[in-house]
Design a protein around this ligand. Sequence first.
Ligand code: ATP
Ligand code: MG
Length: 340
Amino acid sequence: MTQTIPATLISGDGIGPEIMSSVTTVMKALDAPFVWEHHAAGMGALEAEGTPLPESTLDSLRRTGLALKGPLTTPVGTGFRSINVTLRQQFGLYANLRPTKTIVPGGRFENVDLVVVRENIEGLYAAMEHYLPVGDDPEAVAYGAGFNTRAECNRIVRFAFEYAVANNRKKVTLVHKANILKILSGIFLHEGRRVAAEYEGRIAVEERIVDACAMELVIKPENYDVIVTTNLFGDILSDLAAGLVGGLGMAPGANIGEKVAVFEAVHGSAPDIAGKGVANPLALMMAGSMMLAHVGRQDLSGRLDMAIEQVVTSGGIRTRDLGGTATTQDVTQALLQAIQ
Ligand code: ATP
Ligand code: MG
């Protein structure tokens, strides 16, 4: 008998329930090992339980250490913090993993297959910012600071190299701005070089200044394999990369810590199309595939990836965001056929 793995499932807001139902249907047909613990978060949880992040949901996550999460709307003007940021900090989800691969043909690039590993906790998003007064203007100067620790730079670069080894990748590019931010970005580059040396002969290493990297990504994205970088640069470059290959509907992500890993689609709740049955479930589907690989089921992950590719290419089943007319249901049905 195959081993079962308990996992927390959060359907989320907006298009969340529609795309999540597609994913669980396909997972079941794949005979995926997950035993889902259904829990609420986001707007739905606020309405039902009075908080956007109920303790029962956090408890489940602590127990399972594994979650598939739909898009969450953080209620505005209610004093609640961003749910995604809270999860990241509560569980120390230090690594944000964003794979980008050409799947839909006829796009700008045919052979993109890269992964951005973004440091998720430190850097310039530490939000240590405030105004300074000058004369009678109390907000004359906006001041912001960030920090990077040697330990965290080491951990995130090591994560990228270990990911490269485990996923048969050939090269890791350290992306920085150490020519200007000599200390803040310099510590990342120096620590990165030290880690890279340990992988010499196994995984190639390359260095790029972030501005040059941005330009190269839109000219020759095929040159990149694994990119590892600090928080702000990673945020921007990972969205840039998603745009190279079909946009938000095709962009999965994972937030990974020492004890907990949360898999999700990069896009939001898309309230404009919620409830219409036309959302693209593939970003969340690919997040599910990453989750399978994460628990060692590369076999099922590979089968799912192949099915997705087949459906959108030779099958020509595409939702509106990909220029097609298919519904969420159409995509689900096509996937079920493809994995037979
Ligand atoms: P949120 O406030 O939750 O972030 P949003 O309005 O910013 O939601 P996003 O989901 O971030 O919306 O994406 C912006 C737009 O992209 C959506 O309004 C929607 O039209 C489109 N979009 C996003 N995800 C999908 C998807 N899975 N399938 C189809 N279209 C999508
Ligand atoms: Mg959004």
